[in-house]
Ligand binder design. Structure first.
Ligand code: H2P
Length: 861
């Protein structure tokens, strides 16, 4: 077997391979060599792009060098690993991050200078790896950085989407979408592993307990080395590409049947083509499920294959591996791990179940119903017949135990009392059991994995989140308030049965990318003030800044850094959307996925109000306004009608306001298209005020709030998600807090039908929109109706309710901004209090309290 035979390397000096040298001259030589022999360019006439590519290949070599050593060392130690399963990894660019994390910024800086460039020039040539949508994917990327930095044996697993999610543009102010062709110039940050291919089956039938898929693809691996900071460890993000088993049908082709000749290839490639294909069609929905089982199966097969290299007893698996299911997308892992253990490894059901429930962990990131996936049993049975069998069995065992519990409860308490006690904590008997309905049936209908679709009678669904809770060893939320909410709402009864399974892990972000590298001015100032750069790895050390917060000299330097960052952003705005923005104005930002619960439209309504107030003011009064530049960024999901309208609202208002001579520099409104990691790295350091204004109880955590905080940007927010903990760290009085509390939301929603208490300013804003002051009144009609017309909708996210208090908070912001010393003192305090929100802290919490994985640092050789 030639393919499997080993090359005769015994006599070769493999130990003495020429490891790359890291002095500037060697790096420069290396770049020229890569440019010539890898890129094939003429080193005497290099373009910036070619120089970037050559340089990136040199960094890649250094990464791989440490990557190989790390993997080899880990193999020799055989520690327990965490595997992070995620449909999204929003990595952004790699160059700067890799050079700095490898600790080679000085050497590379000099080598690049000799070539006539700066690191910034070259990094701008790199395409963003936008394999994610928003916070969920960026959190996964931050976690990879922290897993590597804190020396944890841990890998990420996901999909190598060929076209990312989509590239967002603006077409006459409306969102336009195009494929994100991010791989067009090749990708030096990945290592293709054609020899690592796993077979993934779909459709077909189960005969005598054996699944015979009707369609199969290969999941082929690409490794993305992830360097830690201040360590030798370089870990791995393994992404899979879907490839056909049979690439090309020559017979069809020769018959002139060209389409069919490549049909299998196209169907296979669809699976790893785009993130979140539009799920408005049946094929789109099925494709999403295919994607999920595709990467989950490949990942688990891969882990089992490596496990078997060193072990033969599967009872050892939970001591060697733990999988985190990042939200519901990877939750098919419960059925897939069961299937592989039973069908391929020959374990019996009970043994497989015991292993599965010790090896999987589940993180819930949101209570939004659209993200709590429920797959129709019909779709699941067609696409994954064997999985469906397993799920049905899990469900029936679960329902059996649930029925026993309910019966026991009913027997323990007389009926009337059982009903009364059903209200809060201690009963599985559903509160809303209808008269005559059997309480056991009612409980099973409510908490079963397989349940009836409430909107379509007779249609059965698989509740993936319920399966995840039942099939894993722990379930956690991503901020204290969110973890509490899920225990009392979506997973209430599971919490009652398994209180010990539920945990909180407040999110964090990596201070490398989100402070040290994106804000070099502040990095230098912090390091100078603290006398060391240890804070980059131990973020809690930032608290040392507190004692300097009132130092006038530091405040002046702090402001100077912010001013420089504002200028950089102003330049970007001018270059990309053509608007001149004054850099003496307050830079006021809201950047995140566009969604009604995140309430970008609430922000817009307050901007319209500001505009109307400026217009109504006399020239003398206008001088009192604090000038603002309002910046928005974020994508609307392809099938999300209202979110697209929210984008148009920003651009429509911008078109009027930015061209109004009377308003001049007092107000500018810009929407920056194609918001991504690199753009965030420009916006966040420049921001002075940021909005985190979701209706209380709706945002899982938020992570941009943490990034803004680290960069000394003040926060205007509701008591929601991690805002609550940020307020605790900085002192609530230092944050601009407004809006109702989460516990009041259900009641207020009930009362909405009778809401009449509209603030007069709200009425004016709505009227201005409906009168067409910002163009096309008809287009904005349903956006307005949704929040303003209780006969048509009920303002579910409580905009009208929170509006007046929001304006009050905005006023506080303006007043404080006039006192620049106090503003800067708070800004310093924000940064100083951000230590808790490092993803290093968060990962450490996961490692100790859920994963039970310990650091294994590669020693320096
Ligand atoms: C989600 C939540 C955020 C959370 C993030 C990471 C799904 O991200 O909504 O509140 O911080 O996961 O846990 P996003 O909305 O940004 O896509």
């Amino acid at each position: 077997d030639v393919e499997r035979s080993q090359a005769k390397t015994d006599s070769l000096p493999v130990e003495h391979l020429p490891h790359p040298k890291n002095d500037p001259d060697s790096i420069e030589q290396d770049v020229l060599s890569k440019v010539s022999y890898t890129i094939g360019a003429d080193p005497k006439a290099l373009t910036t792009k070619q120089t970037y590519r050559g340089l990136a290949w040199t960094v890649r070599e250094r990464l791989i060098d440490s990557f190989n050593k790390t993997q080899e060392y880990w193999k020799s130690k055989d520690p327990k690993f965490v595997y992070y399963l995620s449909a999204e990894f929003l990595m952004g660019r790699s160059l700067t991050n890799a050079v700095y994390n490898l600790g080679l910024e000085g050497e590379y800086g000099e080598a690049i200078r000799k070539l006539g460039y700066s690191l910034e020039d070259l990094q701008d040539q790199e395409q963003n790896a936008s394999l994610g949508n928003g916070g969920l994917g960026r959190l996964a990327a931050c976690f990879m950085d922290s897993i590597a930095t804190t020396d944890l044996p841990g890998w990420g697993y996901g999909i190598r989407y060929k076209y990312g999610m989509f590239k967002q543009g603006l077409d006459k102010g409306f969102q336009s979408m195009a494929p994100d062709i991010w791989l067009s110039a090749g990708n030096p940050w990945e290592v293709y592993r054609p020899e690592l291919a796993y077979r993934i089956g779909f459709y077909g039938e189960v005969k005598d307990g054996k699944w015979i898929p009707a369609e199969s693809v290969n999941a082929v691996a690409y490794d993305n080395p992830i360097p830690g900071f201040g360590t030798n460890n370089v870990t791995n993000l393994r992404l899979f590409e879907s490839q056909p088993v049979n690439e090309f049908n020559l017979d069809f082709f020769n018959e002139g049947n060209f389409d069919e000749a490549t049909q299998e290839k196209r169907r296979a490639e669809d699976i790893s083509a785009v993130l979140y294909p539009n799920d408005a069609t049946d094929y789109g929905r099925e494709l999403r499920l295919k994607q999920q089982v595709f990467f989950v199966s490949a990942a688990i097969q891969d882990v089992i294959a490596r496990f078997k290299e060193q072990h033969s007893d599967f009872n050892e698996l939970p001591n060697k591996a733990v999988f985190t299911m990042n939200d519901t997308h990877p939750t098919i892992a419960v059925a897939e791990l069961m299937r592989l253990l039973i069908d391929q490894e020959g374990l019996d059901w009970d043994n497989a179940w015991a292993i599965t429930t010790k090896t999987l962990a589940f993180t819930n990131h949101t209570v939004m119903p659209e993200a709590l996936e429920k797959w129709p049993v019909k779709v699941m049975t067609k696409l994954l017949p064997r999985h469906m069998e397993i799920i049905s069995k899990i469900d029936s065992i679960w329902k059996g135990s649930l029925a026993d519990r309910v019966k026991a409860q009913i027997e323990a308490e007389p009926k009337a009392e059982a009903k009364a006690a059903a209200s809060e904590e201690s009963s599985l008997v559903p509160e809303d059991t209808e008269a005559g309905e059997d309480p056991v049936d009612a409980a099973l209908a409510k908490y079963g994995i397989i349940c009836e679709n409430p909107w379509e009678k007779g249609v059965k669904l698989v509740n993936m989140a319920f399966m995840a809770v039942i099939g894993s060893k722990s379930t956690n939320g991503v901020a204290a308030i969110h973890s509490d909410i899920i225990k009392h709402t979506i997973f209430k009864d599971f919490y009652e049965i398994y209180p010990e399974k539920f945990q909180n892990k407040t999110n964090g972000v990596t201070p490398r990318r989100w402070l040290a590298y994106c804000n070099p001015g502040l990095r230098e100032l912090i390091t100078k003030t603290l006398g060391s750069n240890e804070w980059i790895k131990h973020l809690e050390k930032l608290s040392g800044l507190k004692q300097h917060a009132e130092d006038k000299e530091l405040q002046a330097q702090w402001r100077a850094v912010k001013q420089e960052n504002k200028q950089r952003l102003a330049k970007y705005i001018k270059a990309n959307v053509g608007v001149d923005v004054p850099t003496n104005a307050m830079f006021d930002v809201q950047i995140k996925r566009i969604h009604e619960y995140k309430r970008q439209h609430l922000n817009m309504f307050s901007i319209i109000n500001r505009y109307l107030e400026i217009k109504a003011a006399s020239p003398e009064e206008r001088k009192k306004f604090v000038p603002r530049v309002c910046v928005f960024g974020g994508k609307a999901a392809s099938a999300y009608y209202m979110a697209k309208k929210m984008i148009r609202l920003v651009t429509a208002v911008g078109e009027v306001v930015n061209n109004d001579q009377e308003v001049g520099d007092l107000l500018k409104v810009v929407f920056l298209p194609d918001y991504n990691v690199s753009l965030a790295e420009v916006i966040i350091p420049a921001a002075e005020l940021s909005h985190h204004i979701s209706t209380a109880g709706t945002e899982g955590s938020g992570t941009s709030n943490m990034k803004f905080q680290m960069n000394g940007c003040l926060i205007l927010g509701t008591m929601d998600g991690a805002n609550v903990e940020i307020a605790q760290e900085i002192g609530k009085e230092n944050m601009f807090v407004f809006g109702v509390d989460a516990e009041d939301v259900p009641r207020l929603r009930e009362e909405r039908k009778d809401f009449k208490d509209y603030d007069p300013r709200w009425v004016k804003v709505m009227d201005s929109l409906l009168a067409g002051q910002f163009g096309d009144a008809e287009y904005f009609q349903d956006l307005v109706d949704n929040v303003n017309d209780m006969t048509k909708s009920n303002d579910w996210f409580l905009l009208a309710n929170d509006f007046a208090d929001y304006l009050r908070a905005q006023k506080d912001v303006d007043e404080l901004y006039k006192d620049q010393d106090e503003w800067t003192r708070r800004s310093i305090l924000y940064t100083a209090s951000s230590g808790f929100f490092s993803s290093d802290r968060c990962i450490d919490d996961y490692a100790r309290e859920i994963w039970e994985v310990e650091p294994v640092a590669v020693p320096s050789s």
